[in-house]
Design a protein around this ligand. Structure first.
Ligand code: ADP
Length: 504
């Protein structure tokens, strides 16, 4: 506001009016005082004008003051000449002091304005960096820069970032750029130099091109088209945009490094998974294969010492191990299909009693030394589920309950309704699972070392989890008091609200 008034013609009119007012004020005083004393009134007016209205109006006021003083107060009055030459000195003094004061006032003004501009720039830089910090990836960073620049400078702005192949593409733009500008942008990007109107080798370009560069290389280009009448940026704006460009380049580099780190971690995890898979499979394949090979070679040696019972036992153990192999391969296939989303859940209304019965029948051999207590209410409604897949879940859970419990201990299978969900609980009195591992056991290949115990792949529970979740349900484990574990499968009684209506 200050600056505007200083620069307009009104300021000059105001300064002349103020000199006129001083002259009017001087008229009555002139009757009592010597004319030289009236110079003080004019000086006061020049000072006020210099401070309030700036340098130009103050210079005008100083000149008009000398003229007014001469015409209205110095004899001969109402004429330009002077009778007494000593007044020339007064005129010179008034003019000189007026000019010096206006120069000082202008300097002070400029300094104040520079300080204000610096403050505005610092705030703008701060705001940009604050927004850049929270921008998660390169497109968001480009958006922050573009909106910030076009908002701050009232100009059009565009940000181009290199794609995977290294060629520049628009990440953000507020105006259409024609093909001829493309060449300039690419040049600025490749040479890492600022190109603007009048700068070599693209003198005729309308836009300013700021490369976003860091020590690692070019991260992109900021294109700015000013709205000002001459289409030019001021020196200050130019400098500020340069600093914005480097701040943004650093943010882009940071985002890129974060992305690389994420990818590296992903790769590491995939590799870890593959190694775990290989270790697990090679161990689990080798053990049964070794048993089978041993049994078969003993059987084929026609050893006379082997009686019929031993032969049967050998054949039986070879068959059991072959079963285990089969199970392992089936598990791996299931896991792969689940992960690929290739498992289709075919829901049909099923009787839970049947489901548990068939699962137990599948485990008859395993359950030779174990009793399983089944407690399922008679009035349990039919539940929509995929019979084959859910049976596999129950087989896994009951098999685990048996595997991780001492022989002869009890295993319970219970079912009931809880808030529109069917809960099936499989409980045992076995070794138990530490509370902090109750979630981890559902991860692929995760196994708790239970000392001497049992072979396994660490896949059964993750497959079960995948199946239950595909039904829209949940599965979890919790310690059982005083010992053992309870696995709970919670399945929705209706697939979705529509189905609910359908079933009703
Ligand atoms: P596997 O039994 O083939 O190792 P699972 O995915 O079925 O793989 O189980 C993962 C791990 O969870 C097992 O290695 C075992 O440590 C633990 N676990 C599962 N069920 C039980 C249970 N009923 N009691 C104690 N630990 C269990």
């Amino acid at each position: 506001m200050y600056r505007d008034s200083q620069e307009t013609w009104q300021a000059y009119i105001q300064s002349i009016l103020l000199v006129a007012a001083a002259t009017l004020l001087g008229q009555p005083i002139h009757l009592y005082l010597e004319p030289t004393n009236l110079v003080m009134i004019y000086l006061l007016v020049v000072v006020v004008i210099a401070v309030r209205l700036g340098r130009g109006p103050a210079v005008v006021a100083a000149i008009f003051s000398v003229l007014a003083f001469d015409i209205f107060f110095v004899p001969p009055r109402f004429a330009l000449g002077v009778n007494d030459a000593q007044y020339l000195l007064t005129f010179a003094g008034l003019l000189l002091v007026g000019l010096v004061i206006s120069a000082l006032a202008a300097q002070a003004n400029e300094q104040a304005q520079a300080a204000r501009r610096r403050e505005a720039q610092t705030i703008a830089s701060y705001e940009l960096s604050r927004n850049l910090v929270v921008a998660p990836e390169s497109t968001a960073i480009a958006h922050v820069l573009r909106t910030h620049v076009s908002g701050l400078f009232e100009c059009e702005a565009a940000v181009l970032l290199p794609d995977e192949s290294g060629s520049l593409r628009f990440a953000e733009t507020s105006f259409p750029l024609d093909e001829s500008e493309r060449g300039v942008i690419t040049w600025a990007y490749l040479h890492q130099e600022i190109v603007g109107p009048g700068s070599d080798p693209f003198r005729s370009t309308r836009d300013y091109h700021f490369p976003l560069k860091t020590a690692q290389g070019g991260q992109g280009v900021l294109v700015v088209r000013p709205h000002s009448a001459d289409g030019r940026l001021s020196y200050e704006q130019h400098r500020l945009l340069e600093s914005f460009a480097s701040q943004t380049a650093l943010a882009l580099e940071r985002a890129q490094l974060a992305e690389q780190a994420r990818k590296a971690q992903l790769l590491q995890e995939t590799e870890k998974l593959q190694t775990a898979l290989l270790n697990s499979i090679s161990h689990d394949l080798r053990t049964p294969l070794a048993t089978i090979t041993g049994a078969l070679s003993s059987l084929s040696e026609e050893e006379p010492s082997l009686d019929a019972a031993t032969r049967r036992a050998l054949a039986e153990s070879a068959r059991e191990e072959a079963d285990r192999l089969n199970q392992l391969v089936a598990n791996l296939l299931d896991m792969t299909r689940l992960e690929a989303g290739a498992v289709q859940v075919h829901r049909e209304s099923c009787d839970v009693q049947d489901l548990v019965g068939v699962a137990l029948a599948r485990l008859t051999k395993r359950l030779r030394q174990q009793t399983v207590d089944v407690d399922i209410p008679q009035d349990l409604p039919l539940v929509p589920l995929d019979f084959v897949l859910m049976m596999q879940v129950l087989v896994n859970l009951i098999d685990n309950a048996v595997k991780y419990s001492p022989p002869g201990s009890a295993v319970w299978v219970q079912a009931g309704l809880v808030d529109h969900y069917l809960h099936i609980c499989v409980s045992d009195q076995g070794v138990g699972i530490p509370k902090d591992q109750c979630e981890r056991i559902f991860e692929k290949f995760y196994r708790i070392p239970h000392g001497n115990r049992t072979a396994g792949t660490g896949l059964g529970l993750s497959i079960s989890k995948g199946i239950v979740e595909a039904h829209g349900g949940r599965i979890w484990a919790e310690p059982r008091q005083p010992k053992g574990t309870v696995f709970v499968v919670a399945l929705p009684l209706a697939e979705s609200p529509q189905e609910e209506t359908h079933h009703e």
